[in-house]
Design a protein around this ligand. Structure first.
Ligand code: DUC
Ligand code: ZN
Ligand code: ZN
Length: 474
């Protein structure tokens, strides 16, 4: 009789392409069998009445990312990845931010040193390119793409980090040459700077003005431009953290023209609005992120994007800062003006409960779409499939068990990130992950860390199949 290290019994096993009630046999951290009457096992988990899905993949997180203004991120790799697994996410893709003048090797060395031995989830890095010198584009990136760093992001906003259009084109050309995947943060820096100047001239400094200086149109224009520049070079492009209907429709139109454009949205654009930035006593600072949360119409438009397939991936954009902290949202400068409030909110642990509760429990998406948006599409897009993103024989045993009947509000006291607040405090959630497993080892049980030593690994990634398709078409 076949023997396994572990069998998960009786759950409803859901993949992006279907569901079945079956047992899962796991050996050496890998899924070894699916079916019934599999044999014996050293350990058994009863998942009767529960939903069993591939471990979540969050392909957009920021961990231990330095900022030029002295603010300090609330999560290091230990707390950020522990928070991830407690929320049903077993693989994260954080960004390594190149500072101007820095070599990419230097950047990676630093992030790897911080991550090594500390991660509770598997990790694979994207790069952020802020200084696309001939050496970076001609030497460093091609070598790094070969080594498995197969995606990079550029900013169209933030003085000191944004790229100008000619630099974006050159970077896209490098992506095309090397077969890497480009991600773009789409907001028009010049328009934002103009609006900030006007606001400050009128002594408008409160957090709520973060939203009015970054209106929808600056995102829509930059989204249109990023898609157009990608068309000039003829590369696929990922438009990250889309917040509203007009930007969503730019992506839809491009897809309809046959362009390889992928849209990503995030929880903050489904359940927060700009009104949250208007809380008294500077509490609106807790919600400062870019693009900012919009309005209820934008929420509905983002849902439409999810339901109709304009958005292929759902990520957290976890970018945590403490609130009541001189290195966080309430820094000396941050209390003076919205423009200096550290930009980003925590969310790696709450991403999937929000998508499950607002999406599956409310009947907006089915379980298969939940799996696609939370795991499978990330794995496919970023070159991790089928090692990750699917419950199949041969795949890593990264498995999460969900209890659709567990009902409780999000509370800071129950989260595991390093931030001192959650922007989703009190949001009622129907359906919580109750067990997370990374390569066959239980890392979270009943919402709490299971006490396993940090065993997360860094994953070198294959090229995105999207790039391969685009290259084959040339
Ligand atoms: N962009 C991100 O992707 N995350 C945080 C801040 C930002 O501008
Ligand atoms: Zn961004
Ligand atoms: Zn981000």
């Amino acid at each position: 009789m076949t023997h396994y290290d572990l069998i998960i019994h009786g759950g409803l096993v859901v993949n992006a392409d279907g569901q079945q009630r079956c047992d899962i046999g796991i050996r050496d951290g890998v899924i070894a069998a699916l079916g019934t009457d599999l044999g014996t096992a050293s350990e058994q988990i009863d998942a009767t009445g529960k939903i069993v899905v591939p471990g979540g993949i969050d392909s957009h997180v920021h961990i231990a990312q330095p900022s030029g203004d002295g603010s300090v991120m609330a999560d290091d790799f230990a707390s950020g990845t522990l928070s991830a697994v407690c929320g049903g996410t077993t693989t994260v893709l954080p960004f390594c931010l190149q500072q101007k003048g820095q070599s990419l090797r230097e950047v990676l060395k630093d992030y790897h040193a911080q991550a090594e031995g500390n991660c509770h989830a598997d990790v694979s890095f994207h790069l952020i390119i802020t200084d696309p010198t001939p050496n970076v584009l001609g030497q460093e990136l091609p070598a790094l793409v070969e080594e498995g760093y197969t995606s990079f992001k550029v900013f169209l906003t933030y003085e000191g980090m944004r790229l100008y259009d000619d630099e974006v084109l050159a970077t896209m050309d490098c992506a095309r040459e090397t077969g890497a995947l480009m991600m773009v943060h789409c907001e028009n820096e010049d328009a934002i700077r103009y609006l900030i100047g006007k606001h400050e001239a009128q002594a408008k400094f409160e957090p709520k003005y973060h939203a009015t200086t970054r209106p929808q149109v600056v995102e829509r224009e930059a989204t249109h431009r990023a898609i157009s520049l990608a068309e000039v070079v003829d590369v696929p492009v990922v438009i990250v953290h889309v917040s509203n209907g007009p930007a969503m429709r730019e992506i839809r139109a491009a897809k309809e023209r046959g362009r390889a454009v992928v849209g990503e949205t995030c929880p903050q654009y489904l359940v927060l609005t700009a009104d949250d930035l208007d809380l008294a006593d500077w509490e609106g600072a807790k919600f400062v992120c870019s693009p900012p949360p919009r309005d209820t119409q934008s929420q509905a438009d983002c849902w439409e994007g999810i339901e109709t397939g304009v958005f292929d991936i759902f990520s957290s954009d976890h970018c945590p800062f403490r609130y009541d902290d001189p290195n966080g949202k309430l820094s000396a400068a941050g209390q003076q003006s919205f423009r200096y409030i550290p930009n980003g909110i925590p969310g790696v642990e709450t991403r999937l409960p929000i998508l499950f509760s607002e999406g599956v429990a409310k009947g907006r998406i089915d379980l298969e779409r939940f799996v696609a948006l939370s795991s499978t599409n990330h794995a496919k897009l970023y070159g991790l499939y089928p090692q990750k993103g699917v419950i199949a024989v041969g795949s890593d045993a990264d498995i999460v068990i969900w209890d659709a009947g567990k009902s409780a509000p999000i509370e800071q006291a129950r989260l595991h990130h390093g931030a001192d607040y959650t922007p989703y405090e009190g949001l009622h959630i129907n359906g919580w992950p109750v067990l997370s497993m990374l390569r066959g080892v239980v890392v979270m049980a009943d919402g709490e860390p299971a006490g396993a030593a940090p065993a997360g690994q860094h994953l070198a990634r294959a090229r995105s199949p999207l790039v391969a398709v685009a290259q084959a078409q040339l």
